[in-house]
Design a protein around this ligand. Structure first.
Ligand SMILES: O=C(O)[C@H](O)COP(=O)(O)O
Length: 421
């Protein structure tokens, strides 16, 4: 039996806050699957942890991120095609953001979510290769998707350390796992060294210099003048988080589970994870406004990978962004689009074939909270030969009734599912 492992980024909400997006959305294909599936719930890393996607995805692919993990930065970097000079470079996930340059108050961490690829590319070009003026320090900057970028802080001569704090106040760094803060002071933070070493002090100094230099360069950049003329928020700062100095050394997933794994990934961090785990990666273009075409491309990639692999991991970003934006209607619409343009034709393709389907999320992004939370996510496991749980729909509350029970840690879920395959 083969397996399609579908992850809907941030699809879960907080049922205590009222009807969830999954409850309100019309998703007949997911519901059809639910009626023939087993259900369950999962804390993707553990209770009390509101994870970012990077550590959560590592976890739900069967790896305990508390054991061997090195942060999101290096994964974003490898997903964007960059490599790191270990010991002398530290990679960060970055956001172009809108701030008040006088007070450093953050107005929008994602500069209106309307930064185009070309704009981001131009802005990154203005910062890439920057000489930081001390310790032979430099910065490499590459724009990825929308307001997202990768920043690498390096030194030609001095060893650096990834033990430095985020300048993005929305996430708290707990070792290598960053956790979304429910509330935070909206100011560009100073990067503090997180250990008492010369390397960490020096890295923090370079990060802070880069942040200041970037603010003064971006302020007068023609892209920002044009954006302001159009009434759009300028991308006049760059916030850093999730430092890491090397890739995690994880056993390739094919070797770990004795099966061939393929991956359809839209965003650099998931592409990076799939590369690190040596999956057969079929990168697809980043999400656009044409959902019908986006999901057709993703379905074609899934079927191509299914022909030559045992498990295909598919990560769809869809519901996460409207969850962050607190946009309930858009979150509902994104679930409906996935159902109509991806799940429904997928089910038609695999009908009467030996293919099981697992559907879940990497974390909850409740539209009521506008951030990731530690709520458990629903799991639906359809296997044509297994007894089903008589669930009526794919929702948080329905899946909670399922016989798979509650997984306390995401990393124990995939081994269990593969055991049942
Ligand atoms: O969209 C992303 O890249 C992340 O999932 C959320 O990150 P953000 O809080 O910086 O938008």
């Amino acid at each position: 039996m083969k397996l399609i492992y579908l992850v809907l980024d941030g699809v879960a909400d907080k049922p205590e806050d009222g009807p969830t997006s999954l409850e309100v959305a019309k998703h007949p294909a997911l519901d059809k699957l639910a009626k023939e599936a087993k259900g369950g719930l999962m804390y993707t890393i553990g209770r009390g942890i509101a994870p970012e996607s990077d550590a959560a995805v590592i976890s739900i692919l069967g790896y305990n991120p508390h054991e061997e993990y090195t942060g999101r930065g290096p994964l974003e970097a490898v997903g964007a095609g960059l490599s790191l000079r270990e010991g002398y470079e530290v990679a960060f996930r970055a956001n172009f953001a809108t701030i008040d340059p006088e007070t450093r108050r953050i107005i929008d961490r994602r500069c209106g979510r309307n930064l185009t690829g070309e704009e981001a590319h131009e802005l990154a070009k203005a910062l890439d290769g920057l000489d930081l003026g001390v310790h032979h320090g430099y910065a490499r900057v590459v724009a990825t998707v929308g307001h997202r970028a990768v920043v690498i802080i390096g030194s030609i001569t001095h060893r650096l350390s990834d033990a430095v704090d985020n300048t993005d106040p929305a996430y708290a760094k707990h070792g290598y796992v960053s956790v979304a803060r429910a509330t935070f002071q909206p100011f560009v933070a100073k990067a503090d060294p997180l250990e008492d070493t010369e390397e960490a002090r020096l890295t923090a100094e370079l990060v802070n210099r880069f942040t200041e230099m970037a603010i003064s360069i971006l302020k007068d950049h023609p892209v920002n003048h044009a954006r302001m003329r159009e009434g759009k928020p300028p991308a006049n700062a760059i916030l850093l988080r999730d430092s890491g100095g090397r890739l995690p050394r994880l056993q390739p997933i094919g070797e770990k589970f004795g099966r061939r794994f393929g991956a359809v990934a839209e965003m650099p961090v998931e592409i990076g994870i799939a590369r690190v785990l040596k999956m057969d990666v079929e990168p697809v273009s980043p999400p656009t406004n044409d959902k019908e075409s986006d999901y057709r491309i993703r379905l074609e990639a899934t079927l191509k990978l299914l022909a030559r692999n045992d498990v295909v991991y598919v990560h769809l970003k869809g519901p996460d962004e409207p969850g962050h934006d607190g946009d309930f209607k858009a979150k509902v619409a994104s679930i409906e689009a996935i159902d109509k343009y991806y799940v429904e034709p997928l089910l038609a393709e695999i009908e009467n074939k030996d293919v099981a389907v697992l559907v879940t999320a990497d974390h909850a992004t409740p539209y009521t909270r506008r951030a990731h939370t530690d709520d458990p996510v629903p799991i639906l496991y359809y296997h044509p030969l297994l007894e089903n749980d008589k669930l009526s729909r794919f929702t948080e509350r329905e899946c909670a009734r399922g016989t798979l029970g509650i997984f306390e840690h995401g990393w124990s879920m995939l081994p269990r599912v593969l055991e049942l395959l």
